[in-house]
Design a binder for this molecule. Structure first.
Ligand code: ATP
Length: 387
């Protein structure tokens, strides 16, 4: 179990990590996720003992380790660059750390062969790194850490040198390895797909500070703020600025060239929190647009790009009309008005089934699943509907 308590790291003028606190339970695979420069690697270096925190404490299994040297922390690190010795074979590379610790020869042999078998690289033990593919090199790098049986594994973007296909294969391998070893792992990445598929929990970071710590599904469904909502999910969530108004159809959101009816619960929450007549940011995930009738509210969209991805179509376009809300009395909605300044109206991206035949330049009515929308305070960016 690793506990970080109010950790801060300053480098001269930069505060790389700001008051970060998190508890990593034994056997968890926790991903540190965030854009470049948000302090992920610095956090990992402090856990490994390569950098001392400026402030705060680090505990391993309840024991404060701030003063414990890196080599005495019993941690295995895997980096983006494989750090293999080019003149040694795979076997020798994997055995190197154990030899340095004067482990008996027979024990070294047993551990190397066991790790090689786990990683399916037994047939490569006699090769030099130059005769290995990127994925195989990374397996060897992981192997040379596994043989030491450390208490915890720290991985810093270990797959970022691999091509997309190999990356997704290795992602699955790492998930399997985690299950097999049952060890605590901390995995740094800026790739949200990697974090979502690997992490039992994800720590989302921005500018050195934690935004949210939660399991993947929770982050996706209940992001604490606009940053998390926009960072998690692909394509990124659509954001539209609108005003909360009470029309004769009930509580609505009104933006530039569009209007959508809120559910009664959403309207009540906004009213209770004092958002009536105020601007808020509406968040709609690409998959929450539907071509077939879905609820009552729709946006008319003028498509400008259609991306066919095989299993789905990503339709990009501009909102140029709206309607629906039969329940509130305007079944026919608002007609598309060419005179309206909808050139300034929001861009959206919808994820639709491949059967969608709208082409660039075409217009389509997209129903919005209003039960799944998110609403953010335009200034603080907090999720107003967060529960
Ligand atoms: P990336 O994904 O690009 O690796 P990161 O989230 O891992 O980014 P860090 O490498 O932890 O980010 O860096 C956080 C901030 O601290 C950055 O602004 C970086 O420039 C700064 N920083 C990191 N190490 C040092 C250092 N040794 N001296 C000065 N500034 C540093």
């Amino acid at each position: 179990m690793i506990i970080l308590k109010d950790i801060t790291k300053k480098f001269r003028n930069t505060t790389a990590v700001k008051g970060l606190s998190v508890e990593i339970r034994e056997g968890e695979l926790v991903c540190l996720l965030g854009p470049s420069g948000c302090g992920k690697s610095t956090t990992l270096s402090m856990i490994a003992g390569l950098e001392p925190p400026t402030k705060g404490d680090i505990f391993f299994d309840g024991k404060r380790v701030n003063q414990v040297e890196a080599e005495d922390r019993d941690i295995g690190m895997v980096f983006q660059n494989y750090a293999l010795y080019p003149h040694m074979t795979v076997y020798e590379n994997m055995a190197f750390g154990l030899r340095a610790h004067k482990t008996p020869k027979a024990e070294i042999d047993r551990r190397v062969r066991e790790a090689a078998s786990t990683l399916e690289i037994s047939h490569l033990l006699d090769r030099k790194p130059s005769a290995l593919s990127g994925g195989q090199k990374q397996r060897v790098a992981i192997g040379s850490v596994i043989v030491r049986k450390p208490r915890a594994y720290l991985m810093d973007e270990p797959l970022s040198n691999l091509d997309a296909k190999l990356r997704s294969q290795m992602r699955v391998e790492i998930a399997k390895l985690h299950k097999q070893l049952g060890a605590t792992m901390i995995y740094v990445t800026h790739d949200q797909v990697e974090a979502m598929t690997l992490g039992t929990r994800i720590v989302v970071m921005k500018e050195g500070a934690i935004q949210q710590v939660a399991p993947p599904a929770e982050l996706y469904q209940n992001p604490v703020n606009r940053f998390v909502a926009g960072f998690i999910g692909s394509p990124a969530m659509n954001f539209l600025e609108g005003k909360v108004v009470l029309s004769n159809q009930g509580p609505c959101l009104k933006g530039n060239g569009w209007q959508l009816p809120l559910t009664l619960a959403q309207g009540k929450k906004l009213m209770d929190k004092g958002y009536m007549d105020k601007m808020v940011t509406l968040g709609i995930r690409a998959e929450d647009f539907h071509e077939q009738q879905w609820g009552e509210a729709w946006l008319e969209v003028l498509a400008d790009v259609r991306e066919m991805l095989g299993a789905e179509v990503l339709l990009h376009g501009r909102v140029c009309g709206y309607g629906g809300a039969a329940r509130h009395g305007t079944a026919q909605g608002e007609p598309v008005r060419d005179s309206l300044n909808w050139e300034n109206s929001p861009h959206i991206c919808a994820k639709l089934p491949p059967s969608c035949c709208v082409k660039a330049g075409g217009r389509v009515r997209l129903y919005v699943d209003m039960g799944r929308i998110k609403l953010f305070d335009t200034i603080t960016e907090e999720n107003i509907l967060y529960v």
